[in-house]
Write a protein that binds this ligand. Structure first.
Ligand code: DX5
Ligand code: ZN
Length: 224
């Protein structure tokens, strides 16, 4: 399991907010910074969420050019249609939304057969109870802290309590948070029990990506 040891904070920068016509340079900056643990690839299909973003070909190009592991966050209907392609593209972790299927258990089994790490994501309005039947099967739980679809949104405060409850229920499960993470919001999420942090648009508002990652790490390190 590569969701971390639950004490060490991991950063999974999202490339969603980088200029799509020119994002190899910023992605390389993330990869060579020594401050990130994963690249978070936001895959949107124009159906489950309105925007359309990246496909498996792009994932393949990224995994062939960068040293960090890539996780695909599938915000798509019928996510199983995309499993094989993203696994073959070299993604080391695939996360799909429980809201997109009536067959969460079967889809996790299918993903495991590809030998990839498996995570499921929960929208802000989706209860933690959805996870209970499949908790033993997960490598990571992704708790959305905004409604999926767009970078740059403000974190929904009630989601912090949801992270706390998830940590109480599953003391040994890596918990990732996604949406509105920055140095101001990270400490409360970390205190609540999250250990993997997606950070997106914040990195476009700092003097450099390196500096943004450093600030985010520093914000997490002051939390004991
Ligand atoms: C939202 C995506 C996030 C997003 C995070 O649907 O899943 O990964 O890129 O971006 P920020 O950090 O700007 O909220
Ligand atoms: Zn995401």
């Amino acid at each position: 399991m590569e969701g971390g040891d639950l004490v060490t904070m991991q950063l999974a920068p999202s490339i969603l907010s980088f200029d799509p016509a020119n994002f190899l340079a910023p992605v390389q900056e993330v990869a060579t910074s020594g401050l990130a643990d994963w690249i978070h690839l936001d895959v949107m299909d124009g159906q489950f969420v309105p925007p359309i973003t990246f496909g498996a070909e792009l994932a393949k190009s990224l995994t062939s050019q960068i040293s960090l592991p890539v996780e695909a966050h599938l915000m798509t209907l019928t996510p199983e249609l995309h499993f094989e392609a993203f696994c073959q593209a070299g993604c080391r972790r695939i996360i799909f939304h429980v809201e997109t299927t009536a067959h969460t258990h079967r889809l996790i089994q299918e993903l495991k057969s590809y030998g990839t790490e498996v995570g499921v994501a929960l929208n802000p309005a989706t209860p933690l109870a959805m996870i209970e039947p499949i908790e033993e099967m997960l490598d990571i739980l992704l708790i959305m802290t905004v409604n999926p679809g767009w970078g740059g949104q403000a974190l929904i405060p009630a989601c912090v309590q949801k992270v706390r409850e998830a940590r109480e229920r599953w003391p040994g499960l890596p918990i990732e948070v996604d949406g509105g993470v920055d140095p101001a919001t990270l400490p409360a999420l970390r205190k609540a029990g999250a250990n993997v942090f997606v950070v997106g648009s914040y990195l476009t508002r700092t003097p450099s990506i390196q500096e943004g990652l450093r600030q985010v790490r520093e914000a997490g390190e002051v939390v004991t």
